[in-house]
Ligand binder design. Structure first.
Ligand code: NAD
Ligand code: UFG
Length: 331
């Protein structure tokens, strides 16, 4: 089976590339390197012994994307490519709508033109919006009070995929709603290495640990949670990748949606404690105001994926911290 990974040099895509290659899938990567580095290909090769064919292409460039498909012969596309910085999406909404939605439309047009019938899409827990719930099942309403353009692009792309699948009954679509991916590859070679200043908790914790950032700012301790700080469902990136592998095996015509999370919540203070335990290092932090748009508690109900995909997240937050520390040492 030949698979095109859009966004395949990015954080999640590169980890997926490694596992897919190890399992014998043929992998090609399309990425414009907007938020990743070409050196990732060396790392993938070092781990697997295989250097995937790479196309430095922007999905916004229809002709270039077409060329990739004309030579590709792909059986499946895993669509990781997208801009994902929540704050930036508020400042530059058109960039987000254009890149994420425009890019997906180009991709779907190429798939139609070249007869590619399977797609797995990287969606997000953010599509559930602010419903007042803390634990989410796939049947719950989506698109409710989504506060930022990034989240709205995920919701809109889900809608587009549904419409396209209605129009073409042969299309096999899997929408995976990621909760909070963290961690790194156990080799210490691959990890999360965003260009520029990170916005997510784990990369910030890591930069505090190396002294690049002075202290962690904890956004609020007055939420209705175990200790007042925000609670999230952190899932190890390799468990997340295994969820994709499980989904590939069960694909069928129509649209299937799965939450990929652990079903367990961890607060920011618990994350700090886990980091300190695993690293033996004190992590300086300060409680500050809530971050606009944040919810108190967001946890996956992963029962559907466990039941239908026969998949389950196995690694713990401490495993993820250990792997990220390994990655920091290796780089
Ligand atoms: P990432 O930024 O590391 O990877 C995304 C990749 O897509 C980058 O390498 C970037 O250069 C590329 N890209 C962006 N726009 C492109 C375009 N127009 N053409 C070609 N390449 C383009 O992000 P990630 O954490 O690996 O996330 C992968 C996917 O999962 C994204 O769609 C993201 O929205 C989604 N997701 C991520 C999280 C998370 O917390 N990491 C949570 C939920 C969903
Ligand atoms: N946090 C801090 N300080 C920081 C960064 C984060 O206290 O410097 C807290 C947040 O308030 C939140 C938790 O740590 O309680 C996690 O925050 P992240 O920014 O790491 O993650 P979010 O849950 O806010 O959002 C992430 C992705 C989104 C995605 C969402 C749901 O950034 O793209 O998960 O999947 F949509």
């Amino acid at each position: 089976m030949k698979i095109l990974l859009t966004g395949g040099t990015g954080y999640i895509g590169s980890h997926a590339a490694v596992r897919l290659i190890e399992l014998g899938y043929e992998v090609e990567i399309l990425d414009n390197l907007n938020n990743s580095k070409i050196e990732v290909l060396d790392k993938i090769e070092k781990i697997t012994g295989v250097r995937p064919t790479f196309h430095q292409v922007d999905l916004m460039d229809y002709k270039a994307t077409q060329r990739v498909f004309s030579e590709g012969g792909f059986d499946l596309v895993i669509h990781f490519a997208g801009l994902k910085a929540v704050g930036e999406s508020v400042e530059k909404p058109l960039l987000y709508y254009e890149n994420n939605i425009g890019g997906t439309i180009n991709l779907l047009k190429c798939m139609r033109e070249f007869g590619v019938k399977k797609i797995i899409f990287s969606s997000s827990a953010t599509v559930y919006g602010d419903t007042g719930e803390t634990e989410f099942t796939e049947e719950m309403p989506t698109g409710v009070k989504i506060v930022n353009p990034y989240g709205k692009t995920k919701f809109m792309i889900e809608e587009i995929l549904r419409d396209v699948a209605t129009a073409d009954g042969d299309l096999e679509v899997v929408i995976l709603r990621y909760f909070n991916p963290i961690g790194a590859h156990e080799s210490g070679l691959l990890g999360e290495d965003p260009n520029g200043i990170p916005n997510n908790l784990m990369p910030i914790v890591m930069r505090v640990s190396t002294g690049e950032i002075e202290e962690l700012k904890i956004y609020g301790n007055d939420y209705d949670t175990v200790d007042g700080t925000g609670v999230r469902d952190y899932i190890h990136v390799m468990d997340l990748v295994d969820g994709h592998i499980a989904a590939i095996k069960k694909m069928q015509p129509g649209v299937a949606i799965y939450n990929l999370g652990t079903g367990r919540g961890t607060s920011v203070l618990e994350m700090v404690a886990a980091f300190e335990k695993v690293s033996g290092q004190k992590l300086p932090y300060k409680i500050v105001e809530r971050r606009e748009g944040d919810l108190g508690e967001v946890i996956a109900n992963p029962d559907k994926a466990e039941r239908e995909l026969d998949w389950e997240a196995k690694r713990t937050v401490e495993d993820a911290m250990r792997d990220v520390l390994g990655y920091l040492k290796g780089n």
